[in-house]
Design a protein around this ligand. Sequence first.
Ligand code: SAM
Length: 286
Amino acid sequence: MIKTKQYEVLQWASLFLEKHNRESRVAEILLQHHLQVTRSQFHMMMRDSITDEVIDRYKADILKHAETGIPVQHLMGYETFYGRKFFVNEHVLVPRPETEELVQHVIELGKWSNIPHPRIADIGTGSGIIAITLALELPDATIYATDISEEALKMAEHNAETLQADVIFRKGDFLKPLIDEEIIPDIIVSNPPYIAKSEEDSLSETVKNFDPELALFAEEDGLAAYKKIIDQSQELIKSKAAFAFEIGFEQGKAVSGLIKNVYPSSDVEILQDINKKDRIISAIIK
Ligand SMILES: C[S@@+](CC[C@H](N)C(=O)[O-])C[C@H]1O[C@@H](n2cnc3c(N)ncnc32)[C@H](O)[C@@H]1O
């Protein structure tokens, strides 16, 4: 009996996805996942044959992705972030690589703050990627995380348990749970919803159909969540603190302005991502 080789299945899937206007690199990511091998193992196994069972499961996923645009992360059930696997589902935003740069910045802030046990709050935690990574990278810090979505918090808690990260999760409206418990953070980090509803048509089908609305859109031209967080922070920040926000690439000026309006003597910086786009607002509140 002739056995199908790995490279033959890969060729078929890449062409099939191209024909359906999907990215052909998904073919490789999914096949690696179904074979449960690393990237380098995968490339060494190109001439090996694959069992019919794996081919059937793989083809079913390729068809589903081609037909519906379902993200590969939903098919696999996870995404890698900062070198660790995080479970994802339809209730949380699929982690984006840009957010790793936000986390990197907060790690630096945490180390430079000279506070022996900084309290860091991740607002709108989703799958928990920011809070959990910070808990693991800054073991002396105490990490809090909030989200208004019960389902997102369930996923974040599951990720924290799996990765053995200590994070204190609370359900509520942005900073409200911290205000209620009088928890004063030294650093407030957030990747909040920041897309204006008017931009919905410009989003990819995959984002529109599969990322939760609650994670994407904000009123007031996408600025409402920043406004709310900055406004709520006044009930918490009594002396020095820091903000680190992920922003849309055209929101730098507007979000800096929001912070300056409330904290006129703050130092606000707009940082760019590796694609040279404005991506992070970093502010020291004095
Ligand atoms: C852009 S997603 C970010 C998720 C995750 N932090 C990340 O970077 O992948 C925004 C998150 O904010 C949450 N969110 C939206 N409105 C909220 C609110 N009023 N209070 C708390 N969280 C909220 C959403 O449920 C979603 O999980």
